[in-house]
Write a protein that binds this ligand. Structure first.
Ligand code: LMR
Length: 398
């Protein structure tokens, strides 16, 4: 039966890792998949994670099933991290959080629940958005449309165009927003813009759906949660998919959460029972280890302090690399203004070069980046930045 299948191309993001590994050029640079890297190009296990793993190893006393929602304690700790423990929606018992297999699992669980609640819902995603949003949400059977977001000319959010499109979106549909550190463009909504979108959601009745995969990578854990917390204060219903892949460095452990703010506690109980059924029907229950490590860290003041320190180190390094790349591009005589790289936030920015120039960077210079010209800033280092800037300048002048 499988003879009828046609082979598919490699994933546009994950496929870059294999190509990078196979490249024998000693100067190769990996700016592809969005993982944090240190100066040596490694993605080490965080110190807090190592300590938590040790502690967990010594105390874990069962491997019995954990159930569709995962650990209740982990879910409460993550809910507090995302919304703030004193959030009015939590106090009103309107928020439910389940543990999910990474941020992807969270997005897919949410899509399946939306499909159950309103099979004709359309999810409006930003243009551009993370490539995997489309299959994660669309393969659940939801319709997907785009709203204008990034203006490639000004290298910033085209907020007027975004609001113009969203002003026509109404009740029953959803608007997917990036909580912080927009992937792929690095341009985030400012606080005034978040307020305007929240008021529009309230007025029109659409449901905001926030993907927060990078909390702590922008300005800080609290600052990066501004949009989520504001939205949860403003609208009756909100979906938040969050991930522990980046901020806890737990990528392969698949630790994430799905938090839903419901209009009432009664709705929350109904919604939660439907979500359990969604989970049971897809993967039965989430993996335990990553979430147990998050629970161990967030349950310990000492480990939390260590984790905050490491998160700040990662965030500060990325910010410094943004400034450094801009400086090097100026020094090497790059045509155009790359100041936007320094202004944008999180792991990603578009270089703003065309497909042929991207292909030249990959093929002629062994610099790996996504076709859209998205670069993972964390892949830059003091060692490769000169080569990178010179190569960019060279392709720009071709
Ligand atoms: C990325 O955008 O590179 C990361 O979120 C990794 C992935 O799964 O695509």
């Amino acid at each position: 039966m499988f003879e009828g299948l046609t082979a598919l191309p490699a994933d546009p993001i994950l496929g870059l890792s294999a190509a990078y590994k196979a490249d024998t050029n000693p100067n190769k640079v990996d700016l592809g998949v969005g993982v944090y890297k240190d100066e040596q190009g490694n993605t080490p296990v965080l110190r807090a994670v190592k300590q938590a793993e040790q502690a967990y190893f010594n105390t874990e006393n069962t491997k019995v099933y954990i159930g569709p929602p995962g650990s209740a304690a982990a879910n409460t700790l993550l809910q507090n991290l995302i919304f703030g423990a004193d959030h009015a929606a939590i106090k009103a018992n309107r928020v439910r959080t389940i543990q999910t297999p990474g941020g992807c699992g969270s997005l897919r669980d949410a899509a399946e629940l939306i499909k159950k609640a309103n099979p004709s819902a359309t999810v409006w995603v930003s243009d551009p958005t993370w490539a995997n949003h489309i299959p994660l949400l669309g393969n659940a059977g939801l319709a997907i449309k785009t709203y204008p977001y990034y203006d490639h000319a000004s290298k910033s959010v085209n907020f007027d165009a975004m609001m113009e499109t969203l002003s026509k979106v109404g009740k029953g549909d959803l608007v997917l927003l990036h909580g912080c550190c927009h992937n792929p463009c690095g341009a985030d909504l400012n606080q005034t813009q978040w307020q305007a979108v929240a008021q529009l959601a309230l007025k029109n009745g659409f449901t905001p759906f926030i993907d927060m995969a990078y909390q702590g990578f922008g300005e800080g854990l609290e600052q990066d949660a501004y949009g989520v917390r504001l939205m949860a204060n403003t609208v009756p219903e909100l979906i938040v998919s969050s991930s522990c892949s980046k901020n806890f460095g737990l990528y392969r452990e698949r630790a994430g959460a799905l938090s839903i703010v419901y209009a009432s506690a009664a709705d929350a109980d109904k919604g939660q029972s439907n979500l359990f059924s969604v989970v049971r029907g897809m993967y039965s229950m989430p993996p335990n280890h990553g979430s147990a490590i998050v629970e161990t860290i967030l349950g310990s003041a000492t480990l939390t302090a260590e984790w905050h320190q490491e998160l700040a180190e990662m965030r500060d390094r990325i910010k410094a690399l943004r400034a450094l790349l801009n400086k090097k591009l100026i020094e090497k005589g790059a045509p155009g203004d790359f100041n936007f790289i320094e202004q944008q936030s999180g792991m990603f920015s578009f270089l703003g070069i065309n497909k042929a120039q991207v292909q030249s960077l990959v093929q002629d210079y062994s610099i790996y980046l996504v076709d859209s010209s998205r670069i993972n800033i964390a892949g830059i280092s003091l060692t490769n930045v000169d080569y990178l800037a010179e190569s960019i300048v060279a392709v720009l002048k071709q």
